[in-house]
Each structure stands twice: as C-alpha cells, then as structure tokens.
Write a protein that binds this ligand. Structure first.
Ligand code: AMP
Length: 271
C-alpha cells in the first residue's frame, strides 16, 4: 500500500494504471468504507482510497471541528485489509491549488432533503468530487447508498464531464441496524441504542406508507411522533422516488429518507 502525499507523487504513481477504482472518504474508516474498497478490489486492477476532510462541504463549523480524525488508525485498517494499493492524503493546497472559485451550482429542483437543510454542503461535495476526479482520473468511483442524494448529485455532475463510472454500493449496518458512519463514535451507548430503535420505527412506518392515501400528511404526523417519543430533532422524513427524487406515491423505486439529530450528532439514513 503506497501512501501518496502530494499530487506530483500521485500522478507519477498512477501513470501506468488504466483500470483504477477510487474510493473517496473523509477518514474515520469503518466497515462501510471497507465494503466499497472490497468491491473496487474485486472489479478493478488497482484501488485508490483518498482521505480528505473537505472543509468546504461543512456548513457547520462545530460539525467540522468534532468530525472524528485519526489518520494513523485509518492507515492501519486500510493496510490490514490488504485491498488498497494507494492511499491519497492530499493537503488543502493539493485540492484547491488553482484557488478558483467553483461555478458548480445545485439546481432549484434538487434543493431538497440535505440540500435544503445543509446550505452549501452539496456545492462543496460536488466541487471536491470534480477536483478529485480530475486529479485521479479513475475508471470507476465507488460510493455508498447511505448518502443516496450525494450519490445521485455526484453521478449527474460527473457523467456530463468525465468517462468515469459511479458504482453504487449498498449500506452497511451495525448490529443495531444503524447505518455505519464515521460520526457514530460521537454517540453515547444510550443514544446508539436509541438510533437502533428509531431504525425499527422507520421500518414500521415504511410498511404502513403503502396503505395511506395522503403520504405527506402521514409522514408529517410520524415525524412529530418520533420527535416526541425519542426526543430527537428531525430535519426531514420523506418518501421519494430514487430515480428523480420527486415525492413518491408508489412503492416502486422509492425510499424513505430521514435526517435527524441526536444530541447535536446529525445522522442520515434511507430505506
Ligand atoms: P464519508 O467518509 O462519510 O464521506 O464516506 C465515504 C464513502 O463511504 C461515501 O461514498 C459514503 O456513502 C460511503 N459510506 C459511508 N458509510 C457507509 C455505509 N454505512 N455503508 C456503505 N457506504 C458507506
């Protein structure tokens, strides 16, 4: 596993390879990331993982400050997996060296879910994914369905500009069924259990959606109930079509999307 500390080493090291799988991360490596890496390792000849905590996608300073970081531990996990050929650890200047302001905008119709509640977040994500793709030039990028809206927006942006293919990977959960996330270690064990209970409630809600005539009204009530019963703050609880992200009335191609806060830790999920 070769560690690439700047762009010139990266360009030199990647030059011989034309079947490269890329797994972008912000660190706090967990089994969700490893599932993406495993998939890349199976499909592609070489796998590169980036660890870059992109400050431009954090709309909340406190969230950025508290974001788990432990490069040493991350590198140990990646090395132990034996599935990673390159780890790219760029500095801020490596990514933003041209200092140009991004022109990437989110369409009005896409300003829903996290794009509505985390202002500027996806502009930052799309900008960094555009830059990483340009620098690394991978054949495939592996991304998790846990961040479904991110996957959708990145795919739509990159398909216009690059030949790189985005490969979606399913959400990996822990024994409480919570979607693995780097932020989960910020949860106390009580709140961890609580998040598991919320997941079970979401499964129940999803089962009942199909019998409801007015889904929006039903979900509005369920959102209120969850907030009261579990003392959490919910940004959104919405049932949407996963092809176009419109509000959905049908079972087919649709998922229940949620973002909520337990004690200032923001969690998202879709099922
Ligand atoms: P992050 O480090 O949180 O930016 O995530 C890096 C990549 O890993 C993104 O494509 C995420 O969607 C993906 N990912 C994060 N958590 C999970 C999970 N529990 N299951 C599958 N993929 C995940």
């Amino acid at each position: 596993m070769k560690i690439l500390l700047n762009n010139s080493i990266l360009i030199e090291s990647l030059r011989p390879f034309n079947d490269l799988g890329f797994v972008p991360t912000m660190g706090g490596i967990h089994k969700g990331h490893l599932s993406l890496i495993n998939k890349s390792n199976k499909i592609c000849k070489k796998t590169i993982v980036s660890i870059f905590l992109n400050p431009k996608q954090f709309n909340n300073k406190k969230d950025l400050m508290s974001y788990p970081r432990n490069i040493k531990k991350d590198l140990q996990i990646l090395k132990k997996s034996k599935k990673v050929d390159f780890v790219y650890l760029p500095k801020f200047e490596d990514i933003y060296e041209d200092n140009k302001k991004s022109k990437i905008k989110i369409n009005k119709k896409d300003k829903i879910l996290c794009a509505k509640y985390r202002k500027g977040h996806f502009e930052g994500v799309l900008d960094v994914m555009n830059r990483l793709t340009k620098i690394i030039n991978p054949q495939k990028i592996f991304m998790g369905e846990k961040d479904f809206q991110q996957l959708y927006l990145v795919k739509n942006l990159l398909k216009k500009k690059y030949k790189t293919k985005i490969i979606p990977c399913k959400t990996i959960r822990d024994k409480n069924k919570i979607a693995l996330s780097s932020r989960n270690i910020l949860l106390s064990s009580i709140n961890h259990t609580l998040a598991g209970k919320i997941y079970n409630e979401l499964i129940n809600i999803k089962k009942r959606i199909y019998r409801k005539k007015n889904i929006s009204k039903f979900l509005k009530n369920q959102k209120k109930q969850l907030e009261i019963n579990f003392k959490v703050k919910i940004d959104y609880l919405e049932f949407r079509n996963i092809k176009n992200f419109k509000l959905s009335k049908k079972n087919k191609n649709s998922r229940l999307f949620i973002a909520y806060y337990i004690n200032n830790v923001r969690l998202i999920d879709n099922l």
